[in-house]
Design a protein around this ligand. Structure first.
Ligand SMILES: [Zn+2]
Length: 445
């Protein structure tokens, strides 16, 4: 949904007004001959670029990389070893992919001998990401899969200088769209490798480089189900922030909170994103919409929640919740509305309640049942035939004899566990509904 060109700034306004914000442009974009003209853009994607000082800009990237190595024949038939092309390792395994948010990390520019270091770099990126809230609190909702991509050459194009060329498994390259820190990849190659993991909700490409850089592909739709790709330099300690910002778009459905000079005043309808509004604080409070529940509260990124003008690329006419959250500059925290949206996004893919015993299993009084609450503080209530068993509140292991079942031996009873994450970080009632899940089993004496 993002367009930014050096030659056609006008196109930015038109594209934002139509595709990002759902409003008609006040005027039409002039024809351009540049690389982002409508004809050429069919094979390009809009990407975000990240400067070392934390500021964010945009470029466009071709879907295909000119630096892609010939596909490895091994990819279609992974070897039995640990370091083969397409081999998958669970870096973090918290449970069944159906109940977790699955992050797929793919390495690029790592040779066959460097696959061990790729996994070390991937684990370090995940550590950087989970240092940021709400990831820190919610990390047991995630699985992280490392997919080896064996590159014939070590390193990536554009590192250390523009003249350096390396042909790699995913074709990573700096200087994408002429921007040194913009690290692009071949989207089809990414999808081929991502398909090796059990499930891909989020894809992060870690490139074998210590040079600061990355990219956010936030309009990529994959048949695998992931909605964006973040690229980061594997050996650079700050690049994990890029992935965190990108997941603000993909998981949190959040808008960018930055603006461009000269972009003018936003004239469109109220945008759909939770962190963008045409309303001043007074009007938002009066209407009870958007982040009105958070107004006046101290925000983790500093200051208090209000309506700060300048957001969604427009310096005027659009407001953001706080002065400077991670959706405006890297190295920052999410603000309160952003944190709320992220937690709700986590729970769209993961559940607050799991059990090794499949729901619907027929159990007897001699059985023991366990459940897992991945997020600390989660409340657990048990119901037998619809009546709460208050003595069992919070118990994650039950000897079913303790239920003291009565009635005929053949009569099945319905046992239900209901888990709710009571976090005050989610205030919207519609989002709070995502924070409760239940599992049920049939139990006989
Ligand atoms: Zn962004």
């Amino acid at each position: 949904m993002y367009v930014r060109t050096r030659t056609a700034a006008a196109l930015l306004t038109a594209a934002l007004a139509t595709s990002l914000l759902g409003a008609a442009p006040a005027w039409s974009a002039p024809a351009t001959d540049g690389p982002s003209s409508p004809t050429a853009s069919a094979s390009r994607h809009q990407v975000e670029a990240f400067a070392e000082d934390g500021t964010i800009s945009h470029g466009t990237a071709p879907a295909a990389s000119p630096y892609l190595a010939a596909p490895s024949p091994a990819l279609s038939a992974p070897t039995a070893g640990g370091d083969g092309d397409g081999e998958v390792t669970a870096l973090v395994h918290n449970g069944d992919p159906a109940t977790k948010l699955d992050v797929v990390v793919i390495g690029d520019g790592y040779s066959a001998q460097e696959q061990g270091r790729f996994r070390t770099d991937a684990a370090e990126k995940w550590r950087e990401i989970t240092a940021v809230e709400p990831y820190a609190t919610y990390q047991r909702l995630f699985n992280v899969w490392a997919v080896n991509a064996v590159s014939p050459e070590s390193g990536v194009t554009g590192d250390p200088d523009r003249a350096t060329v390396r042909h790699t498994a995913l074709g990573s390259y700096f200087w994408c769209d002429g921007v040194e820190r913009l690290l692009c990849v071949d989207e089809k190659a990414v999808e081929r490798y991502a398909a090796k993991a059990p499930q891909a909700d989020l894809v992060i490409v870690v490139s074998n480089s210590t040079k600061y850089g990355g990219a956010g592909y936030n309009d990529v739709k994959s048949t695998l189900g992931y909605e964006g790709i973040a690229t980061v330099a594997g050996g650079n300690a700050k690049s994990g922030q890029i992935a965190v910002h990108e997941t603000g778009h993909s998981l949190g459905k959040l808008a960018d909170e930055y603006a461009y000079d000269g972009q003018g005043t936003y004239q469109g309808a109220e945008p759909p994103e939770a962190n963008l509004s045409t309303l001043t604080a007074d009007r938002m409070r009066a209407q009870g919409t958007k982040w009105s529940r958070w107004l006046g509260q101290a925000s983790p990124d500093g200051g208090t929640v209000g309506a700060y003008e300048g957001a969604g690329y427009y310096p005027t006419g659009l407001y953001r919740p706080t002065e400077n959250s991670i959706m405006r500059s890297l190295g920052r925290e999410f603000n309160l509305p952003g944190r709320e949206a992220m937690i709700a996004g986590f729970y769209r893919h993961a559940t607050p309640l799991t059990s090794p015993t499949p729901t619907g299993t027929r159990l007897t009084a001699a059985d023991r049942l366990t459940v897992d609450l991945p997020v600390s503080g989660t409340r657990l209530h048990w119901y037998l035939d619809g009546r709460e068993q208050t003595a069992l509140r919070g118990r994650t292991t039950l000897d079913l004899g303790a239920l003291h079942l009565t009635g005929p031996r053949s009569r099945p009873h319905l046992l239900t566990a209901v888990a709710t994450d009571p976090t005050p970080a989610v205030a919207d009632p519609a989002l709070r509904a995502e924070l409760t899940r239940s599992l049920s089993w049939s139990v006989t004496r």
